[in-house]
Design a protein around this ligand. Structure first.
Ligand SMILES: Cc1ncc(COP(=O)(O)O)c(C=O)c1O
Length: 455
């Protein structure tokens, strides 16, 4: 009965009762929010949404926007999913928001069982934390603890978060260099990509040879790495999927040198790449997997998965955080996993959304100002260059604003900030996505889109 009611409520988008008008919300945010927050990154006047349903977000005045950002790969089930609502209601109905880190919880146990059911059998032990960056921190710490080593390997184009430890293995110099990160113990190695617009080109063998050379140097210096962290598909870095042989090569070398292989699935997990986790596309088995974002659809939760001989090797309290594994977040995560299963969303990402993205965006590859279109599962990157072939990050900003005028939310990323990135919810209606792609293609092709989307 209760479940039915929750479902019925979630069927219709609920308008939030706001205490402030949209203008007041923008004004107060401008005055009071740290400038490091991203709110005004795309435009001075972003839309203020007060309701959401499926792939759509709506403002107080009823303007509807199609969400092709998904809260940075978080809302894989779309907005207002009845299963999420029911899960939160169930958790709230217990009257317990959180009991801290020192007591067990039924919600955590349900999540452990679900996670174990979608991961390789060896990775059946978990450390829950709150954000993607914090999961990366926990993975780095446990790797250093169990190996007794300090050094870390990461890759060009990799993004792993912005707390100091996670930032240390994040490649982007603009966001890393102003801070006192762990540079002295981190090496960035080349990641396979076709020759990009700056002329750097790395094939699998060249990348593995660079890794071999660095591993040999570090072994000679008596300073072998504790861990190598990799995105099996780089997301924010521009939707780049390296050949499976690269990932297999990493695994081989990690095992040979006693280095823990950490797969960062924070962006690419939970169906984004058409599998539960993107490393499954290449058949490798990492030692540690970090996940977050879509796991709990926006409630703070992330996790490190690993074998018990690693995650039970450190003593209680070595890594803990007050909110870790709170019931609401765990209930959301259980509902996410169950819904991906029951709605066949892995299959949908691979066989419906990926196919549509490829079909509609492929013609853009012909344009002089598009260096490459890449589609991996339910995400796409359109890498933009100017007439001289130089990465054109400014145009990404302009296109994002044009898309906003068309009531489409799109993302920007890529190694040089020059990729327009599309990250639709896995539940998006095919007609809605098809029509949006048509208009995005028109904008990228500099043709004036004639229609405005809205239902
Ligand atoms: C691959 C990857 N790792 C880590 C992070 C950091 O996650 P969070 O922003 O939750 O700290 C992100 C965020 O975009 C990511 O894409």
């Amino acid at each position: 009965m209760e479940r039915k009611r929750a479902h019925a409520l979630a069927q219709r988008p609920m308008k939030m009762k706001t205490t402030h008008s949209s203008e007041e919300i923008l004004d107060i945010t401008r005055q009071r929010e740290s400038s490091a927050a991203n709110t005004f990154r795309t435009t001075d006047s972003p839309p203020v949404f007060t309701s959401g349903q499926g792939a759509w977000l709506a403002t107080t005045t009823g303007e509807r926007y199609l969400d092709l950002v998904c809260g940075s790969a978080t809302s894989n089930l779309g907005h207002g999913h009845p299963a999420h609502r029911a899960a939160v209601v169930r958790a709230l109905d217990t009257g317990i928001i959180h009991t801290g880190t020192r007591l067990p919880s039924a919600f955590r146990v349900e999540l452990y069982e679900r996670l174990a059911s979608i991961l390789p059998a060896r990775l059946a032990c978990f450390q829950l934390v709150n954000s993607g960056a914090e999961a990366v921190e926990a993975a780095i710490k446990v790797a250093q603890y169990v190996t007794g080593r300090q050094r870390l390997l990461s890759f060009a184009g990799g993004y792993h978060g912005r707390t100091l430890g996670a930032l240390s293995v994040t490649h982007g110099a603009r966001i890393r260099e102003p801070f006192s990160t762990l540079d002295r113990i981190v090496d960035f190695l080349p990641y396979p990509c076709a020759a990009d617009s700056t002329g750097s080109s790395h094939d699998t063998q060249a990348c593995l040879a660079a890794l071999d050379a660095r591993l040999a140097e570090l072994a000679d210096a008596g300073d072998p790495p504790a861990a190598l962290i990799v995105e099996a598909v780089q997301g924010v870095g521009g939707v780049i999927a390296p050949p499976p042989a690269f990932l297999a090569g990493l695994q081989l070398r990690c095992r040979a040198h006693g280095v823990l292989l950490v797969a960062d699935e924070i962006w690419s997990g939970f169906g984004r790449c058409g599998e539960w986790f993107s490393f499954q596309r290449s058949g490798i088995e990492p030692d540690l997997v970090v996940m977050g974002k879509a796991l709990s659809a926006g409630l703070p939760l992330s996790a490190v998965a690993g074998p018990s001989d690693i995650l039970k090797a450190w003593p209680p309290g070595m890594h803990t955080s007050t909110f870790q594994g709170n019931p609401l977040s765990c209930a959301m995560a259980v509902a996410t996993i169950d819904t991906i299963r029951t709605e066949g969303l892995l299959n949908r990402a691979k066989n419906t959304i990926e196919v549509l993205l490829r079909r509609r965006l492929a013609p853009l590859d012909e344009l002089r100002t598009v260096r490459e279109v890449r589609v991996v599962g339910a995400q796409a990157a359109i890498e933009l260059v100017d007439e001289d072939g130089v990465p054109d990050a400014d145009r990404v900003g302009r296109l994002q604003r044009r898309c906003l005028d068309e009531r489409l939310l799109v993302y920007g990323g890529g190694r040089h900030g020059n990729a327009l990135i599309l990250v639709p919810p896995l539940v998006i209606d095919e007609a809605d996505l098809g029509s949006a792609l048509e208009r995005i293609a028109a904008l990228v092709g500099d043709r004036v889109a004639s229609r405005r989307q809205g239902k």
